[in-house]
Design a protein around this ligand. Structure first.
Ligand code: ADP
Ligand code: MG
Length: 378
C-alpha cells in the first residue's frame, strides 16, 4: 500500500510533515538544564490524514510496518494500553486530551524516510507530524511554541520513554539554513545561521548501524550521576557550574568517575556556546575542533561511545574532515563529519574502508542539510 487512496479510499484532507534531526553539538547537556544546538534534516515523516465524522477513533497505516492499526478512544485514554509503533500516535491523542483539547477521529497514512532507531529521532518526527495533522483536523489552537512540551508529555506519559525536550523542539522549531540554539532551562531558542552550502562545506552523517546495547540503563546511570554531583556541589543543575569554576567544582567531588562526568557536561556546555559564537561570525570551518573535542569528551569522560563510533570519527579525521563527533545519546547511532563539499566521497570511503578492516557492518552515509521544521504540505 503506497498511498492514502489505496488504504482508505478517496483523498486526504491534508498532508503534514515533521523532520528528523541531528544534534550538531551539546550531548547529555539537556537534562542538566544546559545548551544544545540541533538542526532539522531533509529526511522527514509525512502524515496524509482525513477527519472521521463517525467516531472518535484513529486508524493508522505506516508504509514502514505495512500495518493498519485501529486506536479506539479507550486505548487512547490509557497509557500502556498500546505498545509498538502505534503507541506514538495514541500518545499524541492522549497528550492532546490531557491538555484539554477535543481530538477529532481520523484516518492517518504515514510515510517516512527518516532511518528508524539510528538516533535521528524518527519517533519524534512521527509524533510531531501526527500532532500537526490532529491539531488542524480538530480545529484546536495549540501555539507552535507549546507543541514540543505536548509531544514530550506524549512520549514520557504514554509511550513511557523518559526523553527530554531537545528532539521535539528541533523537529518543530528549526528553520531551513539554521541550527536551533536551545536553552534547556528556560526553553528559550535562537536561530543560528548554518548555511553549509554557501560556505562550500558539507556535513556527512555516518549511520554506524552499531547495535544499541544497555542504552537505557547507562542513560539512567549518567543522569543520576549528574544529579548526585549537582547536589554535592549545591547547585540546581550542572548548568550552573561555569567553565571558569570547573576546577573548583572538580576538587569538591569525591571520586574520579563523577569528576569525569561533570567535566564532560561543563565543557560541553562551553563548546555549544563557542560553536554558536563561531557560527554567528560566519566561521563555519572553525567549529571542526569543537566537534572533535566534544567526541573526545564523550569517549574519555562520559564513556558513551563504542568502537564503531570511535573508528568512524578517527577515519573521518585522518581523511581530512575538519571535525567529527558522535551525535545522539550514545552507544551506537550516527557520527557527523564536517568536510569540504568536495571531500565528502574521500571521507565516506575512508570510513567504509576502516569499517571493513575492523569487521564492522557497513555504515550508511548521507548528507545532512539544515532544513525546515514541521509544517503542512497540502
Ligand atoms: P529513533 O527515534 O532514534 O529513530 P526510537 O527507538 O526512539 O529511535 O524510535 C523508533 C521507533 O519509532 C520505531 O521502532 C517505531 O516504533 C517508531 N516509528 C518511527 N517512525 C515510524 C514510522 N514511519 N512508522 C512506524 N513506526 C515508526
Ligand atoms: Mg526516538
Amino acid at each position: 500500500m503506497t498511498s492514502f487512496a489505496e488504504v482508505f479510499g478517496g483523498e486526504p484532507d491534508g498532508v503534514w510533515y515533521a523532520p528528523g534531526r541531528v544534534n550538531l553539538i551539546g550531548e547529555h547537556t539537556d537534562y542538566n538544564d544546559g545548551f544544545v544546538l540541533p538542526f532539522a534534516l531533509a529526511q522527514r515523516t509525512t502524515v496524509a490524514a482525513r477527519r472521521r465524522l463517525d467516531s472518535p477513533q484513529w486508524t493508522v497505516h505506516s508504509t514502514l510496518t505495512k500495518e493498519t492499526v485501529e486506536i479506539d478512544a479507550a486505548s487512547a485514554a490509557a497509557p500502556g494500553a498500546l505498545t509498538g509503533w502505534s503507541a506514538y500516535v495514541a500518545g499524541v491523542v492522549w497528550a492532546m486530551h490531557e491538555a484539554g483539547h477535543r481530538v477529532a477521529g481520523a484516518q492517518l497514512f504515514i510515510d517516512s524516510d527518516v532511518p528508524l532507531g539510528a538516533g535521528l529521532s524518527s519517533s519524534h518526527a512521527l509524533e510531531c507530524a501526527v500532532l500537526g495533522a490532529l491539531t488542524d483536523l480538530s480545529d484546536v489552537d495549540i501555539p507552535v511554541p507549546a507543541r514540543p512540551r505536548l509531544v514530550q508529555r506524549s512520549e514520557n506519559g504514554y509511550v513511557g520513554a523518559p526523553t527530554g525536550i531537545l528532539d521535539q523542539s528541533a523537529s518543530i522549531l528549526c528553520q531551513a539554513g539554521n541550527a536551533l540554539f536551545l536553552d534547556c532551562r528556560d526553553l528559550s531558542t535562537e536561530q543560528v545561521p548554518f548555511d553549509l552550502d554557501a560556505a562550500g562545506l558539507a556535513l556527512l552523517v555516518i549511520d554506524t548501524r552499531a547495535p544499541h546495547q544497555h542504552t537505557d540503563g547507562e542513560y539512567a546511570k549518567r543522569r543520576s550521576a549528574c544529579e548526585a554531583a549537582a547536589r554535592i556541589l549545591g547547585v540546581p543543575a550542572l548548568r550552573d557550574i561555569s567553565n571558569g569554576h570547573l576546577d573548583a567544582a572538580l576538587a569538591a567531588l569525591p571520586d574520579d568517575e563523577s569528576r569525569r562526568r561533570v567535566r564532560h557536561v561543563v565543557t560541553e556546555n562551553q563548546r555549544v556556546l563557542d560553536t554558536v559564537s563561531l557560527l554567528r561570525a560566519g566561521q563555519l570551518r572553525a567549529i571542526g575542533p569543537l566537534l572533535s573535542a566534544s567526541h573526545a569528551s564523550m569517549r574519555d569522560d562520559y564513556e558513551i561511545t563504542v568502537p564503531p563510533v570511535d573508528t568512524a570519527v578517527a577515519a573521518a579525521l585522518s581523511a581530512g574532515a575538519y571535525g567529527a563527533r558522535m551525535t545522539g545519546g550514545g552507544f551506537g547511532g550516527c557520527v557527523l563529519a564536517l568536510t569540504d563539499a568536495g571531500a565528502v566521497d574521500t571521507v565516506a570511503t575512508a570510513v567504509r574502508t576502516a569499517f571493513a578492516t575492523n569487521g564492522f557492518t557497513e555504515p550508511a552515509t548521507f548528507l545532512a542539510v539544515p532544513s525546515q521544521g514541521a509544517g503542512r504540505l497540502a
